[in-house]
Design a protein around this ligand. Structure first.
Ligand code: ADP
Length: 482
């Protein structure tokens, strides 16, 4: 691994403040998606180990909840500072197991840490309410309290940020939490646990269980002590987990798939739109849930946009994330590569043209050439399905009404982007798009102070911002006779 601090490379799970193996000693391999090389192993745990983590979270709850928000904030602040102090190691670990370029990994570590800093402070602002009473002999008060033991299941595309975005508000609100990270990227999660321990997070307040997703998920979603599940991942798995949470009526937060449109109107600043398109499409090799899935470009500017965009995409450097110049890393697995290639093949078969790329990269393995497709039309699978790869399909449109219809014609409603300089159109289109987040004249929308989340089948709840902590709170109404 070659870290400055080798204790950040942990190959054991973290339960009740202790590093431990699976009960039966089994492990799962973790590989570098760029080279296929074995990086290490983590325990292949299941229901019994998860049960111990839940019981430890329940045992730790009363003391953690009893601390003041300020005391919890001091611990979280130390965790935030430790993340920044070790950002080189954390980023290196992330690039090795996830594949993203090192500069993006450093960016993610800072982004991930920012949620801890933010929620440490927000925890001090969990205000209640005093309600004017309809009766002279009663006083009505609302207090907000942490919901209790929480569970988080997180994906591989943001191995750190998807964890801190859940764990930080939970801990700030006085909850305890059990996390199951993705099997592709457990080392980033375990390094965070090591730093949390050093920061003074008490035993049992945060546990990380690695291994069998189905068995761990079944325990986390069915155990009555777990009061809330927060999940980030695909819509089918989110739907399944929501169903599994139904019998015990858990509160659920879901950040699921997206099918983001990126609309370039005829009055757009084309150069700005090209720059926005590059970040919104090719970050993390197209593997984010807010990555553009479909470009809609007005007839009048279609050729100009396609030409300038293609020129920039041809210049993107593909390679191992640890090589300094790399802008596009590998896809996470061979299976992911096959899926993206089959979406390209389907579009080409149905009449799309390849303007850039279109094939596996000469580096082989999980690398794909950054791709731009023109002549894309309804009926091609990649307009309906999340591509999750560096492929940009360009579709023509001719009127505002038409493009809003195209944009909203999907089960998803996470992020949308559009470029226009007409202020009236900006307002109208922003209102008409059925999405949780809309980037207007920008391709970059995520930060810790803004509410991240989707509508329709893209999810429930919001993460980050002053709203993000609400998902970890319950309201209690006190009626006092005087
Ligand atoms: P992706 O396509 O990004 O891998 P998934 O929804 O498959 O998205 O995975 C997101 C997270 O959900 C990962 O941690 C994965 O291990 C976990 N997961 C996948 N299937 C299940 C399941 N049946 N029960 C619980 N967790 C699951």
């Amino acid at each position: 691994m070659n870290l400055k601090d080798n204790d950040l490379f942990r190959q054991q799970a973290f339960i009740a403040g202790t590093w431990c193996d699976a009960d039966d000693g089994r492990t799962v391999d973790v590989t570098d998606p760029a080279s296929g090389e074995l990086l290490g192993r983590v325990p292949n745990m299941g229901g019994s180990e998860t049960l111990r983590a839940i019981e430890a979270a329940d045992a730790a709850l009363p003391a953690w909840r009893a601390r003041t928000a300020k005391e919890r904030a001091q611990i979280l602040r130390r965790w935030f500072e430790l993340m920044l102090r070790h950002e080189d190691d954390l980023a290196r670990l992330m690039t090795l197991e996830q594949g993203k370029p090192l500069a993006e990994a450093v960016g993610e570590i800072r982004y991930a840490a920012s949620f801890i800093e933010w929620f440490a402070e927000e925890g001090k602002r969990i205000y209640g309410d005093v309600i004017p009473s309809p009766a002279g002999d009663k006083r009505l008060v609302v207090v907000k309290q942490g919901i209790g033991v929480c569970a988080a299941i997180t994906p591989w595309n943001f191995p750190s940020a998807m964890i801190t975005r859940k764990v930080a508000p939970a801990l700030a609100a006085g909850c305890t939490i059990v996390v199951k990270p993705a099997n592709e990227t457990p080392f980033s999660a375990l390094a965070l646990a090591e730093l949390a321990k050093r920061a003074g997070v008490p035993d049992g307040v945060l546990s990380i269980v690695t291994g069998d997703a189905v068995a761990i998920g079944a325990q986390l979603t069915s155990h009555p002590l777990v009061r809330k599940l927060s999940f980030t991942g695909s819509t089918p798995v989110g739907r399944l987990l929501m169903g599994q949470c139904a019998p015990t009526i858990k509160k659920v937060s879901l950040e699921l798939g997206g099918n983001a449109p990126f609309i370039v109107f005829d009055d757009a600043d084309i150069d700005a739109a090209v720059e926005g398109a590059l970040v919104a499409k090719y970050r993390n090799a197209g593997q984010t849930c807010v990555c553009v899935n479909r470009f809609y470009v007005h007839d009048a500017v279609y050729d100009a946009f396609a030409e300038r965009f293609a020129a920039r995409v041809r210049g993107l450097r593909v390679g191992h994330g640890l090589e300094g110049a790399t802008q596009i890393g590998p896809l996470i697995t061979g299976k992911a590569l096959d899926k993206v290639q089959s979406l390209i093949a389907d579009a080409v078969e149905k009449g799309a043209d390849i303007l850039v790329g279109g094939d596996g990269h000469e580096l082989g393995g999980n690398f794909l050439q950054p791709t731009v497709l023109t002549g894309v039309a309804p009926g091609m699978q990649l307009l309906d399905e999340e591509i999750f790869g560096p492929v940009a399909p360009l579709v023509r449109f001719s009127s505002d009404e038409e493009v809003v219809r195209f944009a909203n014609d999907t089960l998803y409603g996470l992020a949308a982007y559009f470029y226009s300089r007409d202020i009236g159109r900006v307002w109208k289109i922003a209102e008409q798009l059925e999405y949780g987040m809309v980037g207007i004249n920008t391709g970059l929308i995520s930060n810790e102070v803004a509410p991240f989340g989707g509508v329709k089948q893209s999810g429930l709840g919001r993460e980050g911002s002053k709203y993000g902590i609400e998902d970890y709170l319950e309201m209690k109404y006190l009626c006092l006779a005087v």
